[in-house]
Design a protein around this ligand. Sequence first.
Ligand SMILES: [Mg+2]
Length: 264
Amino acid sequence: MKTLDNSIHGLILDMDGVLYTDSSPIGDLPAIFGRIEDRGMKAVMATNNSTRSVEMHLDRFAKYGVKLEPWQVVTSADAVAELLKNTLPAGSPIFAIGEPGLMETLSQAKFVLLSVEEAEKGKAVVFGIDRKISFEKMVEATLLVRSGVPFYATNPDITFPTPRGQIPGNGAWYSVIESATNVKPIIAGKPYPYIMELALQRLGMNKDEVVVVGDRIETDILGGQTIGCKTALVLSGISTEAQGKAWQPKITYIAKDLTALVSD
Ligand SMILES: [Mg+2]
């Protein structure tokens, strides 16, 4: 199995299925990050999950014995905040549906978050997964999008993995608004390029020296290929080796797991 060559200086790593599963790390994470550093490489984590803030992710890695810096974690909430900053001035009121990870990120980006009662003042609708979703929130988002306000979503994942199986993900929830308005959202997360470009910016590298690593071909690998990076499929998560070998354009590296990918 081919491993990384010396032209690679940066890694954009997916988290779930690459670094950990629901409750436990995949492999010896301190050793993996030590190995990445020894090889002179830098790593940025990029996740479609918008429920946790960057601080919450850093705490989780600290528990696994890995100390990361805030710049090393990019979420779909960060990517959607960047997209909004390109079109709306600071202080703009927005109606966002989501969990603390998304809400904190949007507040830090200087947007004013509206309650359901004030939603009609919104200059944009942002949709992230919300385990406290309500009929009222769906109504307000629908009315705003129907009135022509721009519609953004953190990530398109139709399902969300839990120990009991796959449950409805953000893509399934916002599809209700799509059906009711006939408007598709602008999506920040993988496989769309915004989150990947943000991760690349954080590395400060050219795309030809960076490998995008993930366990899900249609999000991670496709996202990496969309921005022109090399890609690596690890078999510690969702996609299989057969699916990896059949994928076009060809995936640069296929490895059992991240430990195998970064070893010699
Ligand atoms: Mg994954």
